[in-house]
Design a protein around this ligand. Structure first.
Ligand SMILES: *Cc1c(COP(=O)(O)O)cnc(C)c1O
Length: 494
Protein backbone atom coordinates (compact mmCIF):
# COMPACT_ATOMS: atom_id res chain seq x y z
CA UNK A 1 0.00 0.00 0.00
CA UNK A 2 1.17 3.48 -0.81
CA UNK A 3 2.25 5.72 2.07
CA UNK A 4 1.30 9.36 1.63
CA UNK A 5 2.15 12.31 3.85
CA UNK A 6 0.32 15.36 5.13
CA UNK A 7 0.85 18.27 7.46
CA UNK A 8 0.12 17.99 11.19
CA UNK A 9 -1.83 21.24 10.66
CA UNK A 10 -3.53 20.69 7.28
CA UNK A 11 -5.15 18.18 4.96
CA UNK A 12 -3.23 18.33 1.69
CA UNK A 13 -1.61 15.00 0.80
CA UNK A 14 1.82 14.71 -0.80
CA UNK A 15 4.11 11.90 -1.92
CA UNK A 16 7.23 10.99 0.03
CA UNK A 17 9.57 12.80 -2.39
CA UNK A 18 7.71 16.08 -1.90
CA UNK A 19 7.62 15.71 1.86
CA UNK A 20 11.37 15.11 1.98
CA UNK A 21 12.23 17.92 -0.40
CA UNK A 22 10.01 20.49 1.29
CA UNK A 23 11.31 19.62 4.77
CA UNK A 24 8.59 21.62 6.50
CA UNK A 25 4.99 22.25 5.38
CA UNK A 26 4.07 25.73 4.22
CA UNK A 27 1.39 25.97 6.92
CA UNK A 28 4.17 25.66 9.52
CA UNK A 29 3.24 22.05 10.37
CA UNK A 30 5.37 18.93 10.06
CA UNK A 31 4.88 16.11 7.58
CA UNK A 32 3.48 12.87 8.98
CA UNK A 33 2.61 9.58 7.29
CA UNK A 34 -1.15 9.25 6.85
CA UNK A 35 -1.02 5.56 7.79
CA UNK A 36 1.67 3.42 9.32
CA UNK A 37 2.71 0.49 7.17
CA UNK A 38 2.86 -2.86 8.99
CA UNK A 39 5.83 -5.08 9.64
CA UNK A 40 4.58 -7.99 7.54
CA UNK A 41 7.41 -10.49 7.99
CA UNK A 42 8.18 -12.56 11.06
CA UNK A 43 11.06 -11.46 13.26
CA UNK A 44 12.73 -14.80 12.60
CA UNK A 45 12.80 -13.85 8.94
CA UNK A 46 13.88 -10.30 9.65
CA UNK A 47 16.68 -11.48 11.92
CA UNK A 48 18.34 -13.05 8.90
CA UNK A 49 18.66 -9.67 7.16
CA UNK A 50 21.74 -7.51 7.53
CA UNK A 51 21.35 -3.82 8.31
CA UNK A 52 21.23 -2.71 4.69
CA UNK A 53 18.64 -5.27 3.63
CA UNK A 54 16.48 -4.45 6.60
CA UNK A 55 16.83 -0.76 5.74
CA UNK A 56 15.55 -1.44 2.23
CA UNK A 57 12.66 -3.49 3.64
CA UNK A 58 11.56 -0.67 5.98
CA UNK A 59 12.18 2.25 3.63
CA UNK A 60 10.29 0.65 0.75
CA UNK A 61 7.16 0.87 2.86
CA UNK A 62 7.56 4.60 3.44
CA UNK A 63 9.10 5.83 0.17
CA UNK A 64 6.28 4.68 -2.06
CA UNK A 65 7.22 6.82 -5.05
CA UNK A 66 10.86 5.68 -5.04
CA UNK A 67 11.99 2.71 -7.14
CA UNK A 68 13.37 -0.19 -5.15
CA UNK A 69 16.63 0.20 -7.03
CA UNK A 70 16.95 3.84 -5.95
CA UNK A 71 16.40 2.84 -2.35
CA UNK A 72 18.92 0.03 -2.55
CA UNK A 73 21.57 2.25 -4.18
CA UNK A 74 21.04 4.95 -1.58
CA UNK A 75 21.30 2.48 1.28
CA UNK A 76 24.46 0.96 -0.20
CA UNK A 77 26.13 4.36 -0.42
CA UNK A 78 24.94 5.50 3.01
CA UNK A 79 26.00 2.51 5.09
CA UNK A 80 29.43 1.79 3.61
CA UNK A 81 32.93 1.93 5.14
CA UNK A 82 32.07 5.30 6.71
CA UNK A 83 30.77 3.10 9.50
CA UNK A 84 33.50 1.49 11.54
CA UNK A 85 31.32 -1.47 12.57
CA UNK A 86 30.23 -4.12 10.13
CA UNK A 87 26.86 -4.50 11.85
CA UNK A 88 26.34 -0.70 11.52
CA UNK A 89 24.32 -0.65 14.77
CA UNK A 90 25.65 -3.42 17.05
CA UNK A 91 23.84 -4.30 20.24
CA UNK A 92 25.77 -4.95 23.44
CA UNK A 93 24.48 -6.55 26.62
CA UNK A 94 26.01 -4.71 29.59
CA UNK A 95 24.88 -4.10 33.13
CA UNK A 96 21.11 -4.42 33.24
CA UNK A 97 20.33 -3.57 29.63
CA UNK A 98 21.10 -3.91 25.94
CA UNK A 99 22.99 -0.95 24.51
CA UNK A 100 22.17 -0.27 20.88
CA UNK A 101 25.31 1.51 19.69
CA UNK A 102 24.29 4.11 17.14
CA UNK A 103 27.56 6.02 17.08
CA UNK A 104 29.87 4.13 14.74
CA UNK A 105 29.35 6.54 11.85
CA UNK A 106 31.71 9.28 10.65
CA UNK A 107 30.84 11.88 13.31
CA UNK A 108 30.37 9.53 16.28
CA UNK A 109 26.74 10.28 17.11
CA UNK A 110 23.48 8.65 16.07
CA UNK A 111 22.70 11.54 13.73
CA UNK A 112 24.92 9.78 11.16
CA UNK A 113 22.41 6.93 10.94
CA UNK A 114 19.93 9.19 9.15
CA UNK A 115 22.13 11.91 7.73
CA UNK A 116 24.32 9.49 5.80
CA UNK A 117 21.21 8.59 3.85
CA UNK A 118 19.48 11.96 3.55
CA UNK A 119 21.57 13.40 0.68
CA UNK A 120 20.59 10.45 -1.49
CA UNK A 121 16.94 10.71 -0.52
CA UNK A 122 16.96 14.40 -1.40
CA UNK A 123 18.70 13.88 -4.74
CA UNK A 124 16.32 11.09 -5.69
CA UNK A 125 13.35 13.24 -4.67
CA UNK A 126 14.58 16.03 -6.95
CA UNK A 127 14.90 13.60 -9.82
CA UNK A 128 11.41 12.19 -9.21
CA UNK A 129 9.91 15.66 -9.15
CA UNK A 130 12.00 16.80 -12.13
CA UNK A 131 13.38 19.72 -10.16
CA UNK A 132 16.66 21.02 -11.41
CA UNK A 133 17.68 23.50 -8.74
CA UNK A 134 20.53 23.81 -6.33
CA UNK A 135 19.50 22.54 -2.88
CA UNK A 136 20.26 24.70 0.15
CA UNK A 137 20.17 22.81 3.45
CA UNK A 138 19.48 25.00 6.42
CA UNK A 139 20.15 23.44 9.80
CA UNK A 140 20.13 24.39 13.47
CA UNK A 141 22.16 22.13 15.69
CA UNK A 142 22.58 21.39 19.36
CA UNK A 143 25.98 19.98 18.38
CA UNK A 144 25.69 16.65 16.62
CA UNK A 145 23.29 17.22 13.72
CA UNK A 146 25.50 20.03 12.44
CA UNK A 147 28.62 17.97 12.00
CA UNK A 148 26.77 14.92 10.74
CA UNK A 149 24.99 17.04 8.11
CA UNK A 150 28.20 18.83 7.10
CA UNK A 151 29.98 15.53 6.71
CA UNK A 152 27.11 14.03 4.71
CA UNK A 153 26.63 16.97 2.35
CA UNK A 154 30.13 18.41 1.98
CA UNK A 155 30.96 16.35 -1.08
CA UNK A 156 27.55 16.44 -2.68
CA UNK A 157 27.27 18.33 -5.93
CA UNK A 158 24.42 20.78 -6.33
CA UNK A 159 23.99 21.27 -2.58
CA UNK A 160 24.99 24.04 -0.21
CA UNK A 161 24.76 23.49 3.53
CA UNK A 162 24.41 26.20 6.18
CA UNK A 163 24.64 25.26 9.86
CA UNK A 164 23.83 27.47 12.85
CA UNK A 165 25.08 26.29 16.24
CA UNK A 166 24.87 27.85 19.73
CA UNK A 167 28.32 29.40 20.18
CA UNK A 168 28.59 28.46 23.86
CA UNK A 169 26.23 25.51 23.98
CA UNK A 170 28.22 22.67 22.41
CA UNK A 171 31.16 20.59 23.62
CA UNK A 172 34.73 21.57 22.63
CA UNK A 173 34.96 18.62 20.33
CA UNK A 174 31.58 19.23 18.72
CA UNK A 175 32.58 22.82 17.96
CA UNK A 176 36.02 21.89 16.68
CA UNK A 177 34.49 19.22 14.42
CA UNK A 178 32.24 21.81 12.81
CA UNK A 179 34.55 24.80 12.42
CA UNK A 180 37.26 22.70 10.76
CA UNK A 181 34.81 21.37 8.15
CA UNK A 182 36.25 21.45 4.65
CA UNK A 183 34.28 21.93 1.43
CA UNK A 184 33.39 25.09 -0.53
CA UNK A 185 29.70 24.33 -0.12
CA UNK A 186 29.75 24.34 3.70
CA UNK A 187 28.94 27.33 5.93
CA UNK A 188 29.09 27.19 9.72
CA UNK A 189 27.92 30.07 11.89
CA UNK A 190 27.90 30.42 15.68
CA UNK A 191 24.83 32.00 17.26
CA UNK A 192 24.95 34.14 20.39
CA UNK A 193 22.20 32.17 22.08
CA UNK A 194 21.09 28.62 22.77
CA UNK A 195 19.73 25.85 20.56
CA UNK A 196 16.14 27.03 20.90
CA UNK A 197 17.17 30.42 19.47
CA UNK A 198 18.95 28.74 16.58
CA UNK A 199 16.03 26.40 15.88
CA UNK A 200 13.31 29.05 16.06
CA UNK A 201 15.46 31.35 13.87
CA UNK A 202 15.70 28.64 11.23
CA UNK A 203 11.95 27.95 11.43
CA UNK A 204 11.22 31.66 10.94
CA UNK A 205 13.39 31.66 7.84
CA UNK A 206 11.51 28.68 6.43
CA UNK A 207 8.25 30.51 7.05
CA UNK A 208 9.42 33.83 5.59
CA UNK A 209 7.59 34.34 2.28
CA UNK A 210 9.95 37.15 1.30
CA UNK A 211 13.14 35.15 1.79
CA UNK A 212 11.69 32.05 0.17
CA UNK A 213 10.68 33.90 -2.95
CA UNK A 214 14.12 35.49 -3.39
CA UNK A 215 15.70 32.07 -2.77
CA UNK A 216 13.47 30.57 -5.47
CA UNK A 217 14.18 33.41 -7.88
CA UNK A 218 17.88 32.69 -7.56
CA UNK A 219 17.31 29.07 -8.54
CA UNK A 220 17.70 27.54 -5.10
CA UNK A 221 15.42 25.24 -3.17
CA UNK A 222 15.54 25.54 0.59
CA UNK A 223 15.17 22.50 2.84
CA UNK A 224 16.10 21.17 6.26
CA UNK A 225 18.36 18.43 7.60
CA UNK A 226 16.83 18.69 11.08
CA UNK A 227 14.47 16.05 12.39
CA UNK A 228 11.58 18.31 11.36
CA UNK A 229 12.32 16.72 7.96
CA UNK A 230 10.53 13.36 7.73
CA UNK A 231 13.51 12.16 5.66
CA UNK A 232 15.53 12.34 8.87
CA UNK A 233 13.04 10.33 10.92
CA UNK A 234 12.33 7.42 8.58
CA UNK A 235 15.90 6.03 8.60
CA UNK A 236 15.77 6.10 12.41
CA UNK A 237 12.90 3.60 12.48
CA UNK A 238 15.17 0.99 10.92
CA UNK A 239 17.52 0.51 13.84
CA UNK A 240 14.80 -0.12 16.38
CA UNK A 241 13.46 -2.94 14.26
CA UNK A 242 17.02 -4.10 13.69
CA UNK A 243 17.75 -4.15 17.42
CA UNK A 244 14.71 -6.32 18.02
CA UNK A 245 15.67 -8.69 15.22
CA UNK A 246 19.19 -8.96 16.67
CA UNK A 247 17.81 -9.84 20.09
CA UNK A 248 15.73 -12.58 18.49
CA UNK A 249 18.72 -13.79 16.51
CA UNK A 250 20.90 -13.87 19.64
CA UNK A 251 18.13 -15.76 21.49
CA UNK A 252 17.88 -13.03 24.09
CA UNK A 253 14.14 -12.73 23.48
CA UNK A 254 11.41 -14.84 21.91
CA UNK A 255 9.90 -13.55 18.70
CA UNK A 256 6.86 -11.50 19.75
CA UNK A 257 8.11 -10.79 23.29
CA UNK A 258 7.75 -7.16 24.40
CA UNK A 259 10.79 -4.98 24.99
CA UNK A 260 11.24 -1.50 26.48
CA UNK A 261 13.16 1.16 24.59
CA UNK A 262 14.91 4.00 26.40
CA UNK A 263 15.91 7.09 24.45
CA UNK A 264 17.91 10.09 25.69
CA UNK A 265 15.73 12.82 24.30
CA UNK A 266 16.04 16.41 23.15
CA UNK A 267 14.05 17.34 20.09
CA UNK A 268 11.89 14.19 20.43
CA UNK A 269 13.01 12.86 17.04
CA UNK A 270 14.76 9.66 18.01
CA UNK A 271 12.09 8.48 20.44
CA UNK A 272 9.37 9.38 17.94
CA UNK A 273 11.04 7.01 15.46
CA UNK A 274 10.75 4.27 18.12
CA UNK A 275 7.07 5.15 18.54
CA UNK A 276 6.60 4.88 14.77
CA UNK A 277 8.26 1.44 14.90
CA UNK A 278 5.79 0.42 17.62
CA UNK A 279 2.93 1.65 15.45
CA UNK A 280 4.23 -0.61 12.68
CA UNK A 281 3.92 -3.59 14.98
CA UNK A 282 7.22 -3.74 16.87
CA UNK A 283 6.41 -5.38 20.24
CA UNK A 284 7.17 -2.54 22.65
CA UNK A 285 5.97 -2.30 26.23
CA UNK A 286 7.22 1.14 27.33
CA UNK A 287 8.99 3.90 25.48
CA UNK A 288 11.09 5.58 28.13
CA UNK A 289 11.83 9.24 27.51
CA UNK A 290 15.00 10.28 29.36
CA UNK A 291 15.91 13.94 29.86
CA UNK A 292 18.61 15.95 31.57
CA UNK A 293 17.77 18.92 33.80
CA UNK A 294 16.02 20.62 30.89
CA UNK A 295 13.15 18.37 31.86
CA UNK A 296 10.14 19.87 30.05
CA UNK A 297 9.31 16.48 28.59
CA UNK A 298 9.41 14.72 31.96
CA UNK A 299 6.86 17.20 33.26
CA UNK A 300 4.80 16.90 30.09
CA UNK A 301 4.44 13.14 30.35
CA UNK A 302 3.79 13.23 34.07
CA UNK A 303 1.31 16.13 34.18
CA UNK A 304 0.02 16.71 30.63
CA UNK A 305 1.34 20.27 30.84
CA UNK A 306 4.08 21.47 28.51
CA UNK A 307 5.73 24.58 29.91
CA UNK A 308 8.88 25.98 28.37
CA UNK A 309 8.88 29.00 30.69
CA UNK A 310 11.82 27.97 32.83
CA UNK A 311 15.55 28.51 32.98
CA UNK A 312 17.56 26.99 30.17
CA UNK A 313 20.39 24.93 31.64
CA UNK A 314 23.72 24.13 30.06
CA UNK A 315 24.46 20.52 31.02
CA UNK A 316 27.09 17.87 30.30
CA UNK A 317 24.67 16.27 27.82
CA UNK A 318 24.45 19.35 25.56
CA UNK A 319 22.73 17.64 22.62
CA UNK A 320 19.66 17.42 24.86
CA UNK A 321 19.73 21.02 26.09
CA UNK A 322 16.44 21.89 24.46
CA UNK A 323 13.21 23.37 25.79
CA UNK A 324 11.12 23.27 22.62
CA UNK A 325 10.96 19.71 21.32
CA UNK A 326 9.75 20.14 17.75
CA UNK A 327 8.74 16.57 17.10
CA UNK A 328 6.29 16.47 19.97
CA UNK A 329 3.91 18.09 17.49
CA UNK A 330 3.91 14.80 15.58
CA UNK A 331 3.04 12.84 18.72
CA UNK A 332 0.21 15.23 19.55
CA UNK A 333 -1.12 14.71 16.05
CA UNK A 334 -1.22 10.94 16.69
CA UNK A 335 -2.76 11.06 20.16
CA UNK A 336 -5.41 13.57 19.07
CA UNK A 337 -6.61 11.06 16.47
CA UNK A 338 -5.21 13.10 13.62
CA UNK A 339 -7.07 16.27 14.53
CA UNK A 340 -5.33 19.21 12.82
CA UNK A 341 -7.40 21.74 14.77
CA UNK A 342 -6.15 20.39 18.10
CA UNK A 343 -2.56 20.58 16.87
CA UNK A 344 -3.00 24.13 15.59
CA UNK A 345 -4.57 25.26 18.85
CA UNK A 346 -1.82 23.71 20.96
CA UNK A 347 0.97 25.15 18.81
CA UNK A 348 -0.61 28.60 19.00
CA UNK A 349 -0.67 28.37 22.78
CA UNK A 350 2.97 27.33 22.77
CA UNK A 351 3.89 30.44 20.80
CA UNK A 352 1.74 32.90 22.77
CA UNK A 353 2.10 31.55 26.29
CA UNK A 354 5.07 29.17 26.05
CA UNK A 355 2.71 26.65 27.61
CA UNK A 356 -0.22 24.32 26.93
CA UNK A 357 -2.18 21.61 28.68
CA UNK A 358 -3.49 18.40 27.13
CA UNK A 359 -7.12 17.42 27.66
CA UNK A 360 -7.56 14.36 29.90
CA UNK A 361 -8.90 12.32 26.96
CA UNK A 362 -5.51 12.72 25.25
CA UNK A 363 -3.42 12.16 28.36
CA UNK A 364 -4.73 8.62 28.52
CA UNK A 365 -2.92 7.95 25.25
CA UNK A 366 0.46 8.89 26.67
CA UNK A 367 0.61 5.64 28.61
CA UNK A 368 2.88 4.12 25.96
CA UNK A 369 5.50 6.38 27.50
CA UNK A 370 7.33 6.73 30.79
CA UNK A 371 9.49 9.79 31.46
CA UNK A 372 12.24 10.70 33.89
CA UNK A 373 15.26 12.97 34.18
CA UNK A 374 18.75 12.98 35.62
CA UNK A 375 21.00 15.68 37.08
CA UNK A 376 24.60 15.99 35.93
CA UNK A 377 25.97 14.59 39.18
CA UNK A 378 23.99 11.35 38.84
CA UNK A 379 24.88 11.13 35.18
CA UNK A 380 28.59 11.16 36.05
CA UNK A 381 28.09 8.55 38.76
CA UNK A 382 26.23 6.30 36.32
CA UNK A 383 29.16 6.41 33.88
CA UNK A 384 31.58 5.62 36.69
CA UNK A 385 29.55 2.75 38.16
CA UNK A 386 28.94 1.03 34.84
CA UNK A 387 32.59 1.42 33.89
CA UNK A 388 33.81 0.02 37.19
CA UNK A 389 31.34 -2.87 37.16
CA UNK A 390 31.69 -3.95 33.55
CA UNK A 391 34.52 -2.01 31.86
CA UNK A 392 31.97 -0.58 29.43
CA UNK A 393 32.27 3.15 28.79
CA UNK A 394 29.25 5.23 27.81
CA UNK A 395 28.84 8.90 26.97
CA UNK A 396 26.85 11.44 28.98
CA UNK A 397 23.66 11.19 26.87
CA UNK A 398 23.57 7.41 27.01
CA UNK A 399 24.20 7.65 30.77
CA UNK A 400 21.10 9.82 31.17
CA UNK A 401 19.10 7.08 29.48
CA UNK A 402 20.63 4.28 31.52
CA UNK A 403 20.05 6.05 34.83
CA UNK A 404 16.43 6.87 34.01
CA UNK A 405 15.98 3.21 33.12
CA UNK A 406 17.48 2.02 36.40
CA UNK A 407 15.19 4.38 38.32
CA UNK A 408 12.22 3.11 36.30
CA UNK A 409 13.08 -0.51 36.97
CA UNK A 410 13.55 0.10 40.67
CA UNK A 411 10.24 1.92 40.90
CA UNK A 412 8.08 -0.36 38.75
CA UNK A 413 9.85 -3.72 39.17
CA UNK A 414 9.25 -4.16 35.43
CA UNK A 415 11.65 -6.86 34.22
CA UNK A 416 10.91 -6.49 30.51
CA UNK A 417 14.16 -6.70 28.51
CA UNK A 418 15.27 -3.21 27.68
CA UNK A 419 17.16 -1.57 24.83
CA UNK A 420 19.03 1.69 25.48
CA UNK A 421 19.61 3.94 22.49
CA UNK A 422 23.31 4.67 22.88
CA UNK A 423 23.55 7.94 21.01
CA UNK A 424 27.18 9.07 21.08
CA UNK A 425 30.71 7.82 21.50
CA UNK A 426 32.20 8.56 24.94
CA UNK A 427 35.09 10.18 23.09
CA UNK A 428 32.79 12.90 21.84
CA UNK A 429 32.16 14.21 25.35
CA UNK A 430 35.64 13.49 26.61
CA UNK A 431 36.00 16.01 29.38
CA UNK A 432 32.83 15.00 31.21
CA UNK A 433 33.56 11.31 30.71
CA UNK A 434 37.08 11.81 32.08
CA UNK A 435 35.71 13.59 35.12
CA UNK A 436 33.26 10.76 35.62
CA UNK A 437 35.87 8.03 35.79
CA UNK A 438 38.42 10.04 37.75
CA UNK A 439 40.88 11.26 35.12
CA UNK A 440 41.92 14.80 36.02
CA UNK A 441 41.44 16.88 32.89
CA UNK A 442 41.11 20.41 34.22
CA UNK A 443 44.58 21.59 33.25
CA UNK A 444 44.87 19.75 29.95
CA UNK A 445 44.11 20.98 26.45
CA UNK A 446 41.38 19.19 24.54
CA UNK A 447 43.64 16.93 22.57
CA UNK A 448 45.52 15.83 25.67
CA UNK A 449 42.22 14.94 27.31
CA UNK A 450 41.44 12.65 24.38
CA UNK A 451 44.82 10.98 24.66
CA UNK A 452 44.50 10.61 28.43
CA UNK A 453 41.12 8.95 28.08
CA UNK A 454 42.52 6.56 25.51
CA UNK A 455 45.56 5.71 27.63
CA UNK A 456 43.56 5.19 30.79
CA UNK A 457 40.83 3.06 29.26
CA UNK A 458 42.88 1.28 26.62
CA UNK A 459 40.27 2.31 24.06
CA UNK A 460 41.40 3.70 20.74
CA UNK A 461 40.70 7.33 19.87
CA UNK A 462 38.16 7.12 17.03
CA UNK A 463 39.77 7.95 13.69
CA UNK A 464 37.34 10.77 13.03
CA UNK A 465 38.68 12.70 16.03
CA UNK A 466 42.39 12.16 15.52
CA UNK A 467 42.63 14.74 12.79
CA UNK A 468 40.49 17.60 14.05
CA UNK A 469 43.27 19.08 16.16
CA UNK A 470 45.65 19.43 13.24
CA UNK A 471 43.06 20.81 10.85
CA UNK A 472 42.72 24.55 10.26
CA UNK A 473 39.80 26.49 11.60
CA UNK A 474 37.89 27.48 8.49
CA UNK A 475 34.68 28.95 9.89
CA UNK A 476 34.82 31.98 12.17
CA UNK A 477 31.49 33.70 11.56
CA UNK A 478 29.23 34.50 14.46
CA UNK A 479 25.90 36.36 14.63
CA UNK A 480 22.81 37.18 16.68
CA UNK A 481 19.48 35.48 16.05
CA UNK A 482 18.16 38.63 14.36
CA UNK A 483 21.01 38.57 11.86
CA UNK A 484 20.49 35.00 10.64
CA UNK A 485 18.42 36.06 7.65
CA UNK A 486 21.03 38.58 6.61
CA UNK A 487 23.82 36.02 6.90
CA UNK A 488 21.90 33.67 4.60
CA UNK A 489 21.33 36.45 2.09
CA UNK A 490 25.05 37.13 2.08
CA UNK A 491 25.97 33.50 1.57
CA UNK A 492 23.48 33.01 -1.24
CA UNK A 493 24.06 36.40 -2.81
CA UNK A 494 20.39 37.37 -2.63
C1 LIG B 1 20.58 14.73 19.08
C2 LIG B 1 21.02 13.92 20.22
C3 LIG B 1 20.13 13.48 21.21
C4 LIG B 1 18.67 13.86 21.21
O1 LIG B 1 17.97 13.29 20.13
P1 LIG B 1 16.55 13.90 19.67
O2 LIG B 1 16.19 13.17 18.45
O3 LIG B 1 16.80 15.37 19.42
O4 LIG B 1 15.61 13.71 20.79
C5 LIG B 1 20.60 12.64 22.21
N1 LIG B 1 21.91 12.29 22.27
C6 LIG B 1 22.81 12.71 21.35
C7 LIG B 1 24.21 12.29 21.49
C8 LIG B 1 22.39 13.53 20.30
O5 LIG B 1 23.28 13.93 19.38
Amino acid sequence: METLYKSTRGKKEVKSSEAILNGICDDGGLYVPINFPNIDKSFDELSKLNYKSLAVYVLKKYLSDFDEKDIRDSVDKAYDEKFSEKLIAPINKKGEAYFLELYHGPTLAFKDMALSLLPYLLKTSCRKLKINKEIVILTATSGDTGKAALEAFSQVEGVKIIVFFPENGVSDIQKRQMITQEGDNTFVIGINGNFDHAQSGVKEIFNSKELNSSVNDKGYILTSANSINIGRLLPQIIYYIYSYAQLVKNKEIESGENINIVVPTGNFGNILAAYYAKNMGLPVNKLICASNENNVLTDFFNTGIYNKNRNFKVTISPSMDILISSNLERLIYEISNHDEEVVKDIMKKLIFFGKYELGSNFREKLKDFYAGYVEDRDCLKTIKDLYEDTGYLIDTHTAVAYKVYKDYKYKTKDLTKTVIASTASPFKFTRAVCNAIGIDSDESDDFKVLKDLSLYTNLQIPKALESIYIKNILHKKNCNKKEMKMVIKEILNL
